[in-house]
Design a protein around this ligand. Sequence first.
Ligand code: XMP
Length: 510
Amino acid sequence: RVVVLDFGGQYSQLIARRIRELGAYCEIWPYTTPPHRFQTPSVRGLILSGGPSSVYDADAPRCHPEVFELDVPILGICYGMQLMVQELGGQVERADRGEYGKALLEILEPDSPLLKGLQPRTQVWMSHVDSVKKLPPGFRVLASTEATPIAVIGDDARRRYGVQFHPEVVHTLEGNRLLENFLYRVVGMRGDWKPENFVAAQVESIRREIGAGRALCALSGGVDSAVAAALVYRAIGDRLTCLFVDHGFLRKGEREEVMHTFQKRLGVPLVLVNAADRFLRAIQGVVDPEEKRRRIGHEFIRVFEEEARRLGPFEFLVQGTIYPDVVESGATPGAPTAVIKTHHNVGGLPPDLRFRLVEPLRSLFKDEVRAVGRELGLSETIVTRHPFPGPGLAIRVLGEVTEEKLAILREADAIFLEEIRKAGLYEVIWQAFAVLVNSRSVAVMGDERRYGYTVALRAVTSEDGMTADYFRFSWDFLERVGHRITREVPNVSRVVYDITSKPPATIEWE
Ligand code: XMP
């Protein structure tokens, strides 16, 4: 693998993604990673990311100096290059003004392995204030721009390279070629990162980790836990038990689909716990959304605990933690501390239920998880599934949750999603769902005035759920859905469409 050493740059994830798109397996490690962790044959090359600091800042992030002595190729990008220059005896200076945006790079050494095949003059994208003023011993200038004479540097013998611009952004037109050169001409990667290789490698490492032990996995119906479970099942077979807790807030047909996929298609031992009554009781009369979440989370842990005791003992707990979860929770990738994913997974278990965590997807992005899921034979419906909150429909019925309201919401939601699938829009939308609003409105049905429910529809596009924009349906589409819902779902007399983006509005209504 290639490791991106992260100095807090905004593009670290993008670098990793480009590397994988180019066919090499890549992980992001924090700059504080101790040097001995790199001393394994599986680390074949290092990329030092950019970062917001200046190498002169007293609190500038610095990796251990021994990193620069490692016998692997290193590519420093922006801050990463400047740090390498400083550590290896060169000099970095603050320029009068920064250079931001497009620049024309002139190649001085077209035969350097890093720059082979690039146009003699090529557009790159810069974002820096500091610049390299003096090269460390052994380095040569390989390319320049007008404002930055030392824009690409290299020491072919020691396989150390630095670029001042950002090859990972699309505005650097030949950035991929440069990264490809680093991977294949400098590092000598094989270019075989494919889902099947990931599966094979993980199966082996899970077998080693779990040995003869038993593992438990709570399925949520979502992509991540499903893929993690299928992967661990491939590794240890029946020594994995999956637990599927139906808390009664699932969407229409969801339970059947999970049961079908896991039991029938994959043959995974699955224990279904039908706990709808106790969850509904737990949130009876509760209107505050956070209180709903808290109680559902609490109840979930209780159910989980009971079942783990009944079915156990288990030494291992499988979780579908993926890379963005690790980053969002501020944990260090690869660190032993367990990241407990949202409420719906397991936190705060009693001491006699200590598990060792197995998190085989920790280094993957969502689309990679999907690719691995396909490789494992999961259905397209599960693999492409929209994110769904742990507390489920309980936070989409605004205010007090009752069985009647859940039934109405389930039907309206199913119609909306069915029409979205029919229109071929499911995969361009990040999340789409119906919300049952907690105020009624007047309706005239036949000759009668009725006081019916209002259903709100929400559909958003997003990259990561942190920001989102509402989806622009055609009026015809919205009319069709609205018409079907008022006609087919009893007691719904009004349908509205939510046109707010995030921010200011969150994706969910509660
Ligand atoms: P918001 O509503 O905060 O949602 O814009 C961002 C993403 O998080 C999901 N979400 C949750 N997921 N438990 C979860 O597991 C929750 O309590 C929860 N609340 C929101 C939401 O569906 C969206 O994908």
